[in-house]
Design a protein around this ligand. Structure first.
Ligand code: NAI
Length: 459
């Protein structure tokens, strides 16, 4: 089938490459010329395991092309996926300017029936706005009769496992309407996704609004689980319980399950923070206060400061002359995505209190440098207090303590003798509970985890 993907970021690039892998003829559009150049020169602009191979293979086979040519992109695909960003607006609502710009472009150039797929995460009711934007452009061209249908097909892939998630989805959610155009869209989407449903049906067909809502409900639920465990972890620190023991104790109940029960130093990324905010905002638009989500957000804001608070408690308010190593900058492992990463909050706190920091991440170094420079745009001198280490051990040299923010596999079993030898003080602040407090105590390391004070010193 001929497919167009509008927006070649994390979601668009994975969607385009994977649909090409299934034999479709895919045209990827982006307005960012530099991204398109990288892709046309055989590179990929993001770090995503396995993606580079899929892109290279399908480009070579002539099934995947990248361009900034809007007219050509609209002409290409009978199915047009909108996969552009939906960042938070100032009031927390999803900023739909990119989605609506993409919609208008479709209306401006389309000739013949199109299925327009909202793949971006968009608030309930957005399909109606996309429909209106396209219809408006068609009317300007005197082509009001041209057929199209907008469907909602939210994406559930996880960065770091995106190719695998896309190729082996646990569910595909598609919302369409019951008009004749909606039925035609249903038939085309069914055909497109047929390869994913061979062994058993994974597609949940529903109305458009429910599909839009499902994406927010999923992310809100996951964020809630994280904040719930983080809040309990902070209490565990006070009452002298071990949150890891509690996690095992409750996760074994199948009604609760083990996933997403990890206490840590807060969630980040391009989705949870903005989607929680956007759903709260939608609720307010309908005169409802989503109390739970307000709390989820507050807990997460607090939790991003937890490591900083532990450092201050141990080393004092004034950190001038102190140096801290930080392992892990990306918002989670296996990605270079720094959006809303907890590391940014910790770096900010340490540096503004006078410390210097030496940071290391297995893949996010370049992106971290770019993002941290922007974070300290108000005071470039503060940015100079950050050094970017070549490897984890180099980051430790001369540091007073180590803080771990991202749970990369590479950090899970370091040579603790070398760690101790490199640090001025054998102190580790572990924001992801990677290590066992008893092992740390036996190694002579002063260890601060999250919600494990009963097993560690002085939290
Ligand atoms: P991104 O920021 O990585 O990529 C968006 C791309 O769209 C950029 O390359 C931008 O240049 C391009 N773009 C903007 N306006 C355009 C236009 N009018 N025409 C063509 N290209 C345009 O965003 P990402 O992370 O891929 O997210 C996209 C959507 O998918 C968002 O709504 C997000 O919430 C959702 N989502 C993201 C997931 C993730 O893990 N990143 C997972 C599931 C959903």
């Amino acid at each position: 089938m001929k497919i167009t993907i509008i927006g070649t970021g994390y979601v668009g690039l994975v969607t385009g490459a994977c649909l090409a892998e299934l034999g479709n003829d895919v045209f990827c559009l982006d307005v960012d010329q530099s991204k398109v150049d990288i892709l046309n020169n055989g590179g990929i602009p993001i770090h995503e395991p396995g993606l580079e191979d899929v892109v290279a293979r399908n480009r070579a086979a002539g099934r995947l092309q990248f361009s900034t040519d809007i007219a050509a992109s609209v002409a290409h695909g009978e199915i047009q996926f909108i996969a552009v960003g939906t960042p938070p607006d100032e009031d927390g609502s999803a900023d739909l300017q990119y989605v609506l710009a993409a919609a208008r472009n479709i209306g401006r150039y389309m000739d013949g029936f199109k299925v327009v797929v909202d793949k971006s995460t968009v608030p309930v009711g957005t399909a109606d706005r996309v429909t209106a934007a396209i219809a408006d452009e068609l009317a300007k061209r005197g082509k009001s009769g041209a057929g199209f249908s907008v469907v909602s097909n939210p994406e559930f892939l996880k960065e770091g496992a995106a190719v695998e998630d896309f190729m082996r989805p646990d569910r595909i959610v598609i919302g369409h309407d019951q008009t004749p155009e909606g039925q035609r869209a249903y038939a085309l989407m069914k055909k497109l996704y047929a390869p994913f449903n061979r062994n058993h049906e994974r597609t949940f067909w529903m109305d458009v609004r429910s599909a839009e809502f499902t994406k927010y409900a999923a992310n809100a639920m996951l964020a809630t689980r994280i904040s719930f465990m983080n809040e309990l972890a902070n209490l565990a620190d006070k009452v002298g319980a071990d949150i890891e023991a509690v996690r095992h104790g409750i996760g074994s109940d199948p009604r609760i399950g083990h996933s997403f029960l990890y206490a840590g130093c807060g969630y980040g990324g391009s989705c949870f923070p903005k989607d929680v905010q956007a759903l709260e905002r939608t609720a307010r638009d309908y005169d409802q206060d989503l109390l739970i989500l307000r709390a989820v957000e507050q807990v997460n804001d607090f939790q991003k400061h937890v490591l900083g608070k532990k450092v201050v408690k141990r080393f004092g308010d004034d950190l001038s002359g102190k140096r801290f190593a930080i392992w892990g900058l990306a918002f989670k492992p296996n990605t270079d995505d720094m959006r809303e990463a907890s590391s940014r909050v910790l770096v900010d706190e340490l540096v503004r209190r006078g410390a210097t920091v030496s940071v290391y991440d297995p893949v996010a170094m370049k992106e971290a440098e770019r993002v941290l420079k922007l974070d300290f745009a108000d005071d470039a001198k503060l940015f100079e207090r950050i050094s970017f280490a070549a490897n984890p051990m180099a980051a430790l040299e001369g540091a007073d303590a180590l803080a771990i923010v991202t749970e990369w596999k590479a950090f899970r079993s370091p040579d603790f003798d070398r760690v101790k030898a490199a640090l001025k003080n054998p102190v580790i602040f572990d924001g992801r509970n990677l290590f066992e407090p008893q092992v740390m105590a036996d190694s002579g390391i002063e260890y601060y985890g999250i919600g494990r004070s009963i097993l560690t010193r002085g939290q």
